[in-house]
Design a protein around this ligand. Structure first.
Ligand SMILES: C[S@@+](CC[C@H](N)C(=O)[O-])C[C@H]1O[C@@H](n2cnc3c(N)ncnc32)[C@H](O)[C@@H]1O
Length: 289
């Protein structure tokens, strides 16, 4: 079962306090009604949503599929990144969330349906291979095999270099990485740095077909940034010290020249001659004995 809705864009900016509060209430209600499918008691925070969006290549072509958009925080991050709303296909199970999404993102395509049956859900919707799938589905509430099957379907629907972006509150990949070779399905996976400013802290995983390059680089870990910053500060300090040393050397030379000029001037000045002669006389070594 799916339903499509398409209209002009309205919201890709910041939500007001009232809107956020209403979203929290809607989300909590959805969680009370269906905790396994909703998977969280409140919508993802903006830092996590931005981390998800960072792994989507802005310069790619083709549709981008978002799975489980809920009230739309990840959708907002994707739009803020510069993804055209017309490229987004939002697949959401909950009909109330679908209505809300249709009001909020009228230029995106909203499909009410089951993400775990994605090929069927998008059969009449997807006209060309997608460039990415961005998922907030609560994968850990599903058996391993269903998660693997979801990834397999997504690879089928994407371009060969397409990537599947997924967040998790867990410590390890939400899609089991060690697969039995007989299952004949392999993939590459890597994780983002942890998003500590999300409650609870989360991590984003990026899955690719084996050998497909990681075209979009995610954010660098804090330690790398600190190392780079320290290196730059050290270079600045050394450059400044070099400049000072050079300046001091030039000033000393100038001072010596000035003293020498003054000394010559004094030597040739008739008024100073008696005084200089006196000094010379006293300065001369007296013969011993
Ligand atoms: C953890 S919430 C994430 C919502 C939102 N993206 C966010 O980050 O706040 C999971 C969302 O996935 C939706 N969902 C769960 N199972 C689904 C399924 N089989 N197909 C489509 N959407 C599903 C839920 O209705 C919910 O909106």
């Amino acid at each position: 079962m799916h339903q499509q809705m398409k209209r002009p864009a309205s919201r890709d900016g910041k939500a007001s306090f009232e809107e956020r509060f209403a979203d929290e209430a809607r989300f909590f209600k959805a969680w009370v009604e269906n905790p396994k499918a909703t998977g969280a008691v409140s919508p993802s925070g903006r830092f996590l949503a931005r981390m998800m969006a960072r792994y989507v290549d802005l310069h790619s072509h083709g549709p981008i599929i978002e799975l489980g958009p809920g009230t739309g925080p990840v959708t907002v991050a994707l739009l803020q990144k510069g993804i055209a709303p017309e490229r987004l296909i939002l697949v959401e199970f909950d009909p109330d969330f679908c209505q809300l999404l249709a009001r909020r993102f009228p230029r995106c395509r909203i499909v009410q349906g089951d993400a775990y049956n994605l090929q069927k859900t998008l059969a009449d919707v997807l006209q060309e291979p997608a460039s990415a799938v961005v998922s907030s589905l609560p994968l850990l509430t599903r058996p391993d095999q269903e998660r693997i099957e979801l990834l397999r379907q997504c690879f089928e629907l994407m371009q060969p270099q397409g990537r599947f972006v997924q967040f998790t509150y867990g410590m390890v990949s939400p899609i089991p990485r060690r697969l039995h070779p007989e299952k004949g399905f392999a993939f590459d996976a890597e994780a983002s740095p942890p998003v500590l400013l999300n409650l609870p802290p989360a991590r984003v995983w990026i899955y690719r077909q084996p050998g497909s390059p990681m075209v979009v680089r995610g954010p660098q870990p804090l330690i790398m940034k600190l190392k780079q910053r320290t290196g730059k500060v050290r270079k600045d300090i050394l450059e400044t010290a070099d400049r000072f040393e050079d300046r001091i050397r030039r000033s000393t030379l100038q001072a010596r020249q000035t003293i020498e000029v003054q000394r010559l001037r004094m030597t040739n000045e008739p008024a100073f001659r008696p005084a200089l002669n006196l000094l010379r006389k006293f300065g001369e070594k007296k013969p011993r004995g």
